[in-house]
Design a protein around this ligand. Structure first.
Ligand code: ATP
Length: 137
């Protein structure tokens, strides 16, 4: 598939980086298929990250992801999932390559500015968590 799903997380929103992050994504050749600003309830954040529910950081992750406004978007580009994960860099910004979105804008391992789907299958699941078919262009 040529689509991936992203969120600009509450830290990046609060720190005023949303515009710069979207600008970078567009300049890297991703087309915006769908986009919205929203806020996750703790329940919805828990559902989104259910795959991590046995991990020690799950509570912290759910609390952080429901702590403020986010932007959710579906993006399109050839090889979208891998290409986007390269653009955002390693989960831990301290290990992210120079020039990646997490290196530039993330706060910490937990508060790491952006999400990017890790497979085509999850990109489709995550995209439909936020957007109906009628909202995707
Ligand atoms: P994402 O799914 O957000 O794109 P990822 O695939 O790089 O991130 P995962 O290992 O799937 O990373 O972890 C999901 C999210 O959980 C991370 O982006 C980060 O916000 C948080 N997280 C991961 N590991 C830790 C940790 N050790 N402590 C706190 N938060 C963590």
């Amino acid at each position: 598939s040529n689509r991936t799903f992203t969120m600009i997380k509450p830290d990046a929103m609060k720190n005023g980086h949303a515009g710069a992050i979207l600008d970078r994504i567009i300049k890297e050749g991703f087309r915006i298929v769908a986009l919205k600003q929203t806020k996750l309830s703790a329940e919805k954040a828990g559902e989104f990250y259910a795959v991590h529910k046995e991990r020690p950081f799950y509570g912290e992750l759910v609390s952080f992801m429901s702590s403020g406004i986010i932007i959710a978007a579906i993006l399109e580009k050839e090889n979208a999932v891998a290409s986007f994960r390269k653009l955002i860099g390693a989960t831990n910004p301290a290990q992210a390559e120079e020039g990646t979105i997490r290196k530039l804008f993330a706060t910490s391992l937990g508060e790491n500015a952006v999400h990017g789907s890790d497979s085509d299958e999850n990109a489709a699941i995550e995209g439909s968590f936020f957007f109906s078919g009628l909202e995707q262009f």
